[in-house]
Design a protein. Sequence first.
Lengths: 101, 133
Amino acid sequence: MGRKDANVRMSLQTLRVLEVFLENPAEQLAGAEVHQRCGIVSGTLYPILIRLESAGWFVSEWESIDPSRAGRPRRRLYRLTSTGLRRAGEVFASFNRGVLA
Amino acid sequence: MSQRNQVTQWLIHHAARRAPRHLSSRLEEEWLADSESRCSSLSRLRFGVGCYWAAMVIDNDFPSSSVPAVSPVVAARSFVPLADGNYSYFSLRSGTLFLIVGIYAALFCGLITTLSHTRAPPEIESIRILPAK
């Protein structure tokens, strides 16, 4: 999807989403889990996830389960990319310096 | 299945249709799966309403024209349907702000107009205020 490694508009909600993923950068999270952890409503959360994926900060893939066995539909899982990890680190580091990137 | 869950599914289905074409089916499946994780039907309903809003925001961020065409012929044929859906001069957020301000302004004007055309009761109209001596 589109513009890789582009600058992403940093809102408070975007920072909260990034914070959730930075807790364990290797972890794959579904939108529902991100909602549970940071409490951002779906109307705000999914545009942020799509925006970050489009910018190359996240990658997403379908959960590899058999829905009939699991008894639930497969979810879309998001994970930080190396670019996303670096850029998110830079953003939070800039806050520590007191300068918004 | 409760009526609320049906409404949620309907909302998600229609929300996904509002999203850009290349994301539509993916978002519908993703949102339906994520709505399953909600414990109550009311929470699912709120999730569905949120998805509707999310689809509008995503459509604003990724207009349909950003979908690459396969060939110039296809591009020319499908130019009109694939034309940028964002016709407005303002972003969605600005548009919403202007709409709210407009509604308040209209209500205020209506209130002022009503008050200026309201006649006082006769017993009040007949009262003359005399200057103090």
